[in-house]
Design a protein around this ligand. Sequence first.
Ligand code: GDP
Length: 363
Amino acid sequence: RSNPHRRPAGPALEEAVALAAALPGLDVVGAEVVGLPKAQPGRLFGKGKLEELRLRMEEAEVELVLIDGPVTPVQQRNLERDWKVKLLDRTGLILEIFADRARTREGVLQVELAALSYQRTRLVRAWTHLERQRGGLGFVGGPGETQIEADRRALDTQILGLRRQLEKVTRTRALHRAARARVPYPVVALVGYTNAGKSTLFNRLTGAEVLAKDMLFATLDPTMRVVRLPGGGDAILSDTVGFISDLPPQLVAAFRATLEEVLEADVIVHVRDIAHPETEAQAEDVRTILASLGVTDAVPVVELWNKADLLDDDARAALEVQAARRGDVAVASALTGTGLQAFSDRIAEALGEERLRAELHVP
Ligand code: GDP
């Protein structure tokens, strides 16, 4: 169990399960919160729990175990051997999902780079652990170390190669961006917590078939579409990555270039699942990520309080009152299409462009 202080166990477990479901082909057979004993450096769990879990996994024929938190390389190796399963920790799982969702060359390279950097830090940790096991007996240059040094050098070479390729791709994208800047369309960037409804909204507004499954991370690479507005104007709609709480720092670094696309936007649309019990905490996560990317008050943010169809009439009416008071919010449902007119009005106001006041085309 990771971050026990951040969230109550229930929603955290739900989030972890949803994260697992984001990887196609996985069938989640069980999930539970396990309190961990203080000192179990080798195996994470206490003896009794270890055996209990082993029996249950054997029974359910479990092949993959996800631990929603950090697992050291030594723990991973031991647990995989004890349980005869493949094990992924949170970062490992997120990397798998990102790899699965990467749709552009840049996205693929970013994931590979993040995976290699992750492997490299784990090598270092494995090495430090070996050192400690030797109990400071001065075994400098033992066989383990030589092998790890060699592995590390090989990884460094690969990482350098990937960095170079990525730089090239990033330069190409800068050219694309410059070309886009010559097109006088305002850029509207969709951001939001994973599963908030960004893809659904994007599809509804563009009529395009992008991923809209009930998964976290429906999008990895920014996708751009021109939205034709019946009033005569056009806007470029940009669907960016899905945000997630506790995105491992290596991944934030790896995807910085992609995330920074939002800095180019004329208006940012923050899509929120307003029916989610953790909607406030999720919104805070998104704001924190935006701030860390350098998004300032100079870029107007419109909040789309999505999934309003899931609320009862009273709750929805209360939200409408709040939204009217704030002025930068639209209560809507990307699924049913209600409220999207008000949404397009909010965007138009944020852009300060009369021509965008026209109805967004809602198929
Ligand atoms: P993304 O991760 O932000 O791109 O989220 P998606 O667009 O993939 O939506 C996640 C899930 O929420 C999908 O199952 C959608 O069908 C569902 N969804 C999206 N918008 C709405 C909405 O307005 N109402 C309801 N009830 N479900 C929605």
